[in-house]
Design a protein around this ligand. Structure first.
Ligand code: FES
Length: 80
Protein backbone atom coordinates (compact mmCIF):
# COMPACT_ATOMS: atom_id res chain seq x y z
CA UNK A 1 0.00 0.00 0.00
CA UNK A 2 1.41 3.37 -1.00
CA UNK A 3 0.30 6.88 -0.21
CA UNK A 4 -3.42 7.22 -0.85
CA UNK A 5 -3.78 3.73 -2.35
CA UNK A 6 -6.42 1.69 -0.56
CA UNK A 7 -5.50 -1.55 1.17
CA UNK A 8 -7.47 -4.72 0.35
CA UNK A 9 -9.89 -4.35 3.24
CA UNK A 10 -10.53 -0.69 2.50
CA UNK A 11 -11.02 -1.49 -1.19
CA UNK A 12 -13.44 -4.29 -0.37
CA UNK A 13 -15.49 -2.01 1.91
CA UNK A 14 -15.81 0.48 -0.95
CA UNK A 15 -16.75 -2.22 -3.48
CA UNK A 16 -19.47 -3.66 -1.24
CA UNK A 17 -20.85 -0.40 0.19
CA UNK A 18 -20.03 -1.79 3.61
CA UNK A 19 -21.00 1.37 5.42
CA UNK A 20 -23.84 3.80 5.75
CA UNK A 21 -23.07 6.56 8.26
CA UNK A 22 -19.45 5.41 8.65
CA UNK A 23 -19.41 5.70 12.43
CA UNK A 24 -18.42 2.08 12.99
CA UNK A 25 -16.30 1.72 9.85
CA UNK A 26 -12.80 2.28 11.29
CA UNK A 27 -13.44 -0.38 13.93
CA UNK A 28 -14.98 -2.78 11.41
CA UNK A 29 -11.99 -2.37 9.08
CA UNK A 30 -9.51 -2.96 11.91
CA UNK A 31 -11.48 -6.01 13.05
CA UNK A 32 -11.45 -7.48 9.53
CA UNK A 33 -7.73 -6.70 9.18
CA UNK A 34 -7.02 -8.53 12.43
CA UNK A 35 -9.24 -11.45 11.49
CA UNK A 36 -7.59 -11.93 8.09
CA UNK A 37 -4.13 -11.87 9.64
CA UNK A 38 -5.14 -14.76 11.91
CA UNK A 39 -7.44 -16.54 9.45
CA UNK A 40 -6.79 -15.83 5.76
CA UNK A 41 -9.72 -18.03 4.64
CA UNK A 42 -12.50 -17.18 7.10
CA UNK A 43 -15.93 -18.74 7.04
CA UNK A 44 -18.98 -16.51 7.39
CA UNK A 45 -19.25 -17.59 11.04
CA UNK A 46 -15.60 -16.64 11.66
CA UNK A 47 -16.26 -13.26 10.04
CA UNK A 48 -19.33 -12.81 12.21
CA UNK A 49 -17.29 -13.62 15.31
CA UNK A 50 -14.38 -11.47 14.12
CA UNK A 51 -16.43 -8.29 13.88
CA UNK A 52 -18.72 -9.07 16.82
CA UNK A 53 -17.02 -6.50 19.05
CA UNK A 54 -18.14 -3.68 16.76
CA UNK A 55 -21.78 -2.71 16.69
CA UNK A 56 -23.19 -1.19 13.53
CA UNK A 57 -26.26 0.87 14.30
CA UNK A 58 -27.04 1.09 10.60
CA UNK A 59 -27.23 -2.67 10.20
CA UNK A 60 -24.70 -2.90 7.37
CA UNK A 61 -23.58 -6.36 8.50
CA UNK A 62 -24.45 -8.21 5.30
CA UNK A 63 -22.30 -5.78 3.32
CA UNK A 64 -19.52 -5.94 5.92
CA UNK A 65 -19.47 -9.74 5.71
CA UNK A 66 -19.32 -9.58 1.90
CA UNK A 67 -16.51 -7.04 2.12
CA UNK A 68 -14.56 -9.30 4.47
CA UNK A 69 -14.90 -12.22 2.05
CA UNK A 70 -13.79 -9.98 -0.81
CA UNK A 71 -10.82 -8.67 1.19
CA UNK A 72 -9.71 -12.25 1.85
CA UNK A 73 -9.87 -12.88 -1.89
CA UNK A 74 -7.88 -9.70 -2.63
CA UNK A 75 -5.27 -10.73 -0.06
CA UNK A 76 -4.90 -14.03 -1.91
CA UNK A 77 -4.22 -12.14 -5.14
CA UNK A 78 -7.77 -12.03 -6.45
CA UNK A 79 -8.64 -9.70 -9.32
CA UNK A 80 -8.90 -6.05 -8.33
S1 FES B 1 -22.35 2.26 9.14
FE1 FES B 1 -23.45 3.43 10.59
S2 FES B 1 -22.98 2.48 12.46
FE2 FES B 1 -22.12 1.16 10.99
Amino acid sequence: MKGEELGPVQQAFVEHDALQCGYCTPGQIMAVEGLLRKEPHPTVEQIRQGVSGNLCRCGAYIHIFEAAKRAAELNRGGAV
